[in-house]
Design a protein around this ligand. Sequence first.
Ligand SMILES: O=c1ccn([C@@H]2O[C@H](COP(=O)(O)OP(=O)(O)O[C@H]3O[C@H](CO)[C@@H](O)[C@H](O)[C@H]3O)[C@@H](O)[C@H]2O)c(=O)[nH]1
Ligand SMILES: [Mn+2]
Length: 739
Amino acid sequence: MDNGGDNYSLFETTRGRGRNIRRLFTISLLVPIFFIWAYRLAHIPRNGEHGKWAWLGLLAAELWFGLYWLFGQALRWNPVFRKTFNARLSQRYENRLPRVDIFVCTADPDIEPPIMVINTVLSAMAYDYPPEKLNVYLSDDAASDITFYALLEASTFAKHWVPFCKRFKVEPRSPSAYFNTLRSPNQHHYNHAISKDLAAIKKLYEDMKERIENATKLGGVPNEVRSKHSGFSQWDSYSSPRDHLTILQIVLHKTESHNSKDVDGFVLPTLVYMAREKRHQYHHNYKAGALNALLRVSSKISNGEIILFLDCDMYSNNSESVRDALCFFMDQEKGHQIAFVQFPQSFHNITKNDLYGNSFAILMEVELHGADGYGGPLLIGTCCFHRRDALCGKKFSGENKNDWNDENEVLIEANLRELEEESKTLASCTYEENTLWGKEMGAIYGCLVEDVITGLYIQLQGWKSVYYNPPRKAFFGIAPTTLLQALVQQKRWAQGEFQIFLSKHSPMLYGHGKIDLGLQLGYCHYNFWAITCFPILYYSIIPSLYLLEGIPLFPKMSSPWFIPFACVILGEGTSGLIQALILGGTIRAWWNGLRMWLYLGTSSYLFAFIDIVLNFIGLSDSPFLVTTKTTEDDIYQRYFKEVMEFGTSSPFFTVLATLALLNLFCLFSTLKEFLFNQGGLALEKMMFQVLLCGFLVLINFPLYQGLFLRKDKGRLPSSLAIKSTALALSACILFKTIY
Ligand SMILES: O=c1ccn([C@@H]2O[C@H](COP(=O)(O)OP(=O)(O)O[C@H]3O[C@H](CO)[C@@H](O)[C@H](O)[C@H]3O)[C@@H](O)[C@H]2O)c(=O)[nH]1
Ligand SMILES: [Mn+2]
């Protein structure tokens, strides 16, 4: 019940339930971890004995696993949960709400279809928020005239769509997502009044979609359309996506009253298209560069105090989110410390058993709440509201006042065309030369996870951040639908995270005293993804190879030293499983998650590490590879059947297949030995290794299928099957001969 008194907070924070059980578990698992380390140290083979180097390697791996596990525990130690009070916000501030700028980024019309992009834009335009205070910017790093055309279409459609949403309180407000919900059988709650308008708006949408898709098919905007809007003339001097002037168009603006009102006569949010200038000789810094250009351009046009970042696939699923975010920023007691409010990323195309672990359930439902407990959830790039000041490099000081009087309102005196021309210079290639942009202002450059490093930089300036995970999901995006996409995406992240560790903002090296110790450890959990490839690779190769020689590297089952190993594996295994089930997952989803952990560890993280080294010695530069957001029909069908998608050759697959086959060969050869030669005694001595190898074989089952059993287009190519078989066999033979 809301008492509405002025001293009541706009949000509430509660400690996570069950956190003491979690802590008890953490502490009790420390004991067997220490015993494992003690076992390794106490039993190092003497010189000349078999397996000394293998042993030392395992010691290093287990030390690292233990330490790395502790970083992860830091993120589980002190989770908090937030709740907002929107009614209090409107009661107190409805007439003083701040201006909000929404930045949508897109980079490639072929893999980010314009119709998807404008669905995101439309969902943002339809937020339940005073439209004269809402401004939506689309940054197009491809400078595609089709995307521009789609945005023009969207601006016309918005005149019907926004009033429709408001009249019928429609959710979600991405048209495509909304029409999809109507198809689901349990959607009965819409009444008769809506059905006529619904049919009409749906028709408008379908027609618009067809026009946009036709333009895409034709590979260009039809001439008769081109001639209707002067904005297209900006493409006259355009030569390629990487070589053109700034293109900037204010599509809707409240000063142009004839054009910018909806069909009910209410003003629409400001809508701006921007493709910053690109030249080959200037590094464009990927998304970070786009965001900084948007920051400057928007400061000229609307200068919203609050900014929302959205990737072009992340539509708003909840029209209340802007108000939710403001409950944090505008809270009288704590609001002034808060630099950004991060919402979870959710995905609307996750399958039942989440084959590629794409839902990131642990990150979204556990770890970010844990980081929030230390006042510092990470910035994850999209679905995040910012305080403009903090984003633009302002340091936090206790005296920051938190008043929201429209003092910095941009007064548009000149006409819009002049405003456009002035804004264009802010998005030019040379504008940032000798400035602090990308270093101490705006999104930080030089890192493949520009989001995380930017959030970290803001936190190091003394600001706090907040994680808000509302009951109704605030945003939905598209998760990768093939294994390779998922691996490539996470290679980028692992590489970027390690760049943070090496940077001058390294939480481990320089975070002390600036951010909470728990948060420092938490950042390490991500920063060290890449180097975790070594212990994972080691564990999935060496014990299996030593099976071939019958050399034990673990305690035998009857030994008391076996107990700590069993405790750790069973403890982590079951707690992971229970966690997954609590979060609404399935047992198979947990198993799939385990497999992805292995695949990421042995391929994405390895390639991330290799690229880090190559970058370091100046041999290569890793670009930001944009994730594909479209899927061909047959791939989509396999995705929904949860059949693992390979389909092409890739070094990622070679590594995975070779490892899977190596373990298969080791297991076969060992079982053969035991059955025909030695018998049970030796088996007992080698039990741990047999189980480990057996586990690896079991979890790799989809890979063997892809190599040898499947016939569809998603299988692994036979050339790759031959190559990886040869590699795995030679590794086994080589090992046997040198031993
Ligand atoms: O040169 C570029 C490259 C990308 N993008 C945009 O950046 C967004 C994210 O790109 P995507 O390929 O979807 O990357 P993801 O790995 O899915 O994105 C996650 O990871 C990125 C950092 O690696 C963050 O920027 C994102 O916000 C976060 O969702 C998309 O809207 C792109 O259009 C640009 O605007 N310019
Ligand atoms: Mn994405």
